[in-house]
Design a protein around this ligand. Structure first.
Ligand code: CIR
Length: 259
């Protein structure tokens, strides 16, 4: 099994103008489309600068949230799994990514239901995968997914996502194979036993959705205390703007599938 952040490929989708109508749990203003596009483009550039081969699929105007490819599938060097996103408006995104994943992966499995799982709820560790139960991922979906993960060679554990946190990975991300950055509400997650858990600095909870790509950590550019914390650990960081995607409840992991 490779390191959980050793990647050579990513699959993204360009935002459609409808992305400004993306789902947000607590209301708030629409993102500015020009700014959102710029954030997405900078993200794709960053992945390429880190050596990844990045395919960018065409925008899907009928699906405002389709730029968040992370939620519709899981990808591993050994194969990919199509998921069943828990938001009704996102269910149709799956059929639009199937062909691309089938072309890029030796093996393609698929959830058939009746449960649901969003990729934002799945955290891959060095030795296992954590599936967070959330408003988007239910127990039936988590259990079906755990079975599919087993077929690809990964063991899975099911965890709870705190209420008011959209996805499990909204609240945590991998710093290195033994270390997690987590919001305080997730810091004592039983599935993190044996790992070092670093909590997000006060006021920087959104920084938890960071994304390690090989030796570099992509992190939101608005979180100076988190930058200092990561730099003090000797980690290379690449701050990226996220203010517009944050308006539709997204962070850095959401905009790609990686393997
Ligand atoms: C949604 O609510 O589905 C989108 N507006 C945001 C998805 C964020 N994805 C993620 O955390 N993996």
């Amino acid at each position: 099994m490779t390191a959980p952040y050793a990647f050579t490929h990513a699959l993204c989708r360009a935002p459609a103008p409808s992305a400004i109508h993306g789902i947000r749990a607590n209301g708030g203003p629409d993102p500015d489309f020009t700014g959102l596009l710029a954030e997405h483009e900078a993200y794709v550039r960053a992945l390429r600068a880190l050596g990844l081969i990045v395919d960018v699929l065409d925008p899907l105007d009928a699906f405002p949230d389709a730029l968040f490819t992370e939620d519709v599938a899981l990808t591993f060097p050994e194969g990919a799994i199509l998921l069943r996103p828990g938001a009704p408006s996102r269910a149709g995104e799956v059929q639009h990514i199937r062909a691309a994943l089938a072309a890029l992966h030796p093996r393609l499995l698929e959830m058939t239901g009746p449960g649901y799982a969003d990729g934002g709820d799945i955290l891959r560790l060095a030795d296992r995968v954590i599936i967070g139960l959330s408003a988007r991922t239910d127990r039936a979906g988590a259990e079906e997914l755990a079975g599919l993960l087993g077929q690809v060679g990964y063991s899975a554990e099911i965890a709870e996502t705190p209420p008011d946190v959209l996805h499990f990975k909204t609240g945590c991300g991998l710093i290195d194979a033994g270390t997690i950055l987590a919001v305080p509400a997730l810091a004592r997650c039983p599935q993190f036993a044996g790992l070092e858990v670093v909590t997000t600095p006060p006021g920087e909870e959104e920084a938890a959705n960071l994304l390690r790509i090989n030796d570099t950590i992509l992190v939101g550019d608005r979180w100076p205390a988190t930058h200092a914390l990561l730099a003090a650990r000797g980690l290379a960081i690449r701050p990226l703007a996220t203010a517009q995607i944050a308006r539709i409840d997204a962070g850095l992991s959401c905009m790609s599938l990686r393997w």
